[in-house]
Ligand binder design. Structure first.
Ligand SMILES: *[C@@H]1O[C@H](CO)[C@@H](O)[C@H](O)[C@H]1NC(C)=O
Ligand SMILES: *[C@@H]1O[C@H](CO)[C@@H](O)[C@H](O)[C@H]1NC(C)=O
Ligand SMILES: *[C@@H]1O[C@H](CO)[C@@H](O)[C@H](O)[C@H]1NC(C)=O
Ligand SMILES: *[C@@H]1O[C@H](CO)[C@@H](O)[C@H](O)[C@H]1NC(C)=O
Ligand SMILES: *[C@@H]1O[C@H](CO)[C@@H](O)[C@H](O)[C@H]1NC(C)=O
Ligand SMILES: *[C@@H]1O[C@H](CO)[C@@H](O)[C@H](O)[C@H]1NC(C)=O
Ligand SMILES: *[C@@H]1O[C@H](CO)[C@@H](O)[C@H](O)[C@H]1NC(C)=O
Ligand SMILES: *[C@@H]1O[C@H](CO)[C@@H](O)[C@H](O)[C@H]1NC(C)=O
Ligand SMILES: *[C@@H]1O[C@H](CO)[C@@H](O)[C@H](O)[C@H]1NC(C)=O
Ligand SMILES: *[C@@H]1O[C@H](CO)[C@@H](O)[C@H](O)[C@H]1NC(C)=O
Ligand SMILES: *[C@@H]1O[C@H](CO)[C@@H](O)[C@H](O)[C@H]1NC(C)=O
Length: 390
């Protein structure tokens, strides 16, 4: 029986509802006892550890609201990871460089794609390396302007998922060959710090009621590689272009009974060709409207010369999906890919004034609580692990 006293003592230990205080760097640093410095009860994953796959550690965790931690030793883990629990979960990779995603030692790798003659057709949800969603059905992409209908009464999933120094890879083929997701988030709050996301098409999917914050991470893709319905804020990160196709962002807006700020917000970041062998000068679009209520903003971001002079583009010549409620915008971008004349001539990209940008300028103004739509859902964002940024 769970007594009030027991619950109170768990609360005072910080074991209920919120994540524990600990030194992230100490926990992640390789030592003889790898769990040294980690929160009490941290699970260990490694080629010779108690858990040899991340998913087996995840499945061992009870479906409750107690925060759990998993430390992952260096290695390549070929598996799909699915997180359904509502309680906080933190994945940490072992590393001597906890503030540098280019030195990450843990790769979670999956190879799957859909929608071509060679793959066959099934929902994009099946392809993802990491999925954070309360149920499989809530993670389905579906089709049409509003996508899959998530059954009424589906509860919200993880309220505070965090990952540090993990690379999520979907390497089905080394070019766009149908949707192949590295990340899929629906009905959940998730933060990624010093992580990497590598695929070619539809790399990152933020589905319905998905809230995602990424800090100092690398997102690599070619076609529509940030897409979805939810809210994504990318801070101080690198968008690595492995080719061009569609646009970088392909968002669908949703009509709600309350005002919403669902969209993709890229801040203080860089957009660059993955390497100098690619011939993509002036060929990559910042985004295109998956439906006419697309909302995305690139702000204070460096654009290399890969970016098209128009910035954004319409969906296609015959199906533009572009109208008064399409917000495909930039604010104070710079670099060779920023072409003021080109933006004005094409009349597709909104070059925001301070007043137009203001409603989207902080985390509190864009992240909403599920169902009520109340703004300011940001407690799950780890501000301490940020060297710089907002
Ligand atoms: C986990 O618990 C939540 C409520 O706390 C419940 O809605 C959900 O169905 C449970 N999930 C599983 C897989 O049992
Ligand atoms: C993981 O795979 C990459 C590429 O195949 C390889 O370079 C690296 O050494 C592997 N890492 C580990 C820890 O085995
Ligand atoms: C992708 O995963 C689905 C579902 O598990 C499977 O049916 C399909 O064969 C896989 N496709 C490829 C190309 O591996
Ligand atoms: C994870 O979910 C996918 C669908 O998104 C499913 O095909 C796969 O079997 C699940 N894997 C595990 C290990 O639960
Ligand atoms: C998930 O969706 C499929 C197809 O939309 C439906 O047949 C199935 O009953 C749903 N499953 C659950 C558990 O809601
Ligand atoms: C990540 O953080 C480091 C250290 O603060 C910084 O030098 C680097 O510019 C950041 N990366 C990006 C892509 O902003
Ligand atoms: C450049 O990047 C592309 C896309 O990822 C890759 O296919 C190619 O092998 C890379 N070339 C070099 C020389 O690294
Ligand atoms: C939102 O509502 C407008 C006006 O009724 C409609 O034209 C549009 O198709 C709706 N969009 C979606 C995604 O439901
Ligand atoms: C644009 O959005 C407004 C407010 O949601 C809605 O009333 C209007 O019908 C939409 N217009 C179109 C063309 O979808
Ligand atoms: C900028 O855009 C204009 C108008 O589309 C075009 O003529 C010009 O070549 C572009 N400049 C660069 C540097 O791409
Ligand atoms: C397109 O041009 C019209 C007329 O000048 C202007 O009202 C509108 O804001 C422009 N749209 C964009 C996206 O720049």
């Amino acid at each position: 029986m769970v007594t009030t006293k027991f619950v109170l003592s768990l609360l005072s230990l910080g074991l209920l509802g919120t994540t524990q205080a600990y030194s992230r760097g100490e926990c992640q640093y390789p030592t003889q006892n790898p769990l040294q410095g980690c929160p009490q009860g941290t699970l260990l994953v490694g080629p010779k550890a108690e858990f040899t796959s991340i998913q087996s550690a995840v499945l061992s965790i009870p479906n409750n609201t107690v925060p759990y931690y998993i430390l992952i030793l260096p290695g390549n883990y070929t598996e799909q990871v699915n997180v359904t629990r509502p309680g906080p979960l933190t994945l940490l990779a072992q590393t001597k460089f906890p503030d540098d995603n280019t030195k990450n030692t843990v790769n979670v790798i999956w190879h799957n794609a859909t929608g071509t003659a060679s793959t066959g057709s099934y929902d994009n949800a099946y392809t993802s390396t990491l999925t954070v969603a309360p149920t499989f059905n809530s993670s389905l992409t579906g089709s049409g302007p509003t996508g899959n209908h998530v059954p009424d009464g589906t509860p919200f999933g993880n309220t505070d998922f965090r990952a540090y120094n993990l690379n999520f890879v979907n390497d089905y083929l080394p070019y766009s060959a149908g949707p192949s997701l590295a990340l899929s988030v629906s009905y959940a709050n998730t933060g990624f710090y010093y992580c990497g996301f590598y695929s070619y098409q539809d790399t990152v999917y933020i589905g319905k009621l998905g809230n995602v914050y990424m800090y100092n991470s690398t997102i690599a893709g070619q076609t529509d590689f940030l897409y979805g319905f939810g809210t994504l804020w990318i801070q101080s990160s690198l968008l690595s272009l492995r080719g061009c196709g569609g646009g970088i962002t392909a968002w669908k807006g949703t009509n709600t009974s309350f005002p919403n700020a669902y969209g993709a917000y890229i801040h203080d970041s860089s957009v660059k060709a993955a390497n100098s062998s690619l011939s993509i000068v002036g060929k990559c679009a910042l985004g295109r409207p998956w439906n006419a209520a697309h909302r995305s903003i690139f702000a204070n971001t460096y654009l290399d010369d890969s970016i098209e002079s128009s910035g954004y583009i319409k969906w296609s010549a015959t199906d533009p999906r572009f109208g008064v409620n399409t917000t495909m915008a930039e604010y104070k971008d710079f670099g060779p890919g920023w072409n003021a004349t080109g933006r004005a001539a094409a009349n597709i990209t909104i070059v925001m004034t301070d007043a137009q940008y203001a409603p989207y300028s902080t985390l509190e103004k864009v992240f909403q609580f599920p169902f009520s739509g109340k703004f300011g859902n940001t407690k799950w964002i780890d501000r301490k692990s940020q060297v710089h940024g907002n």
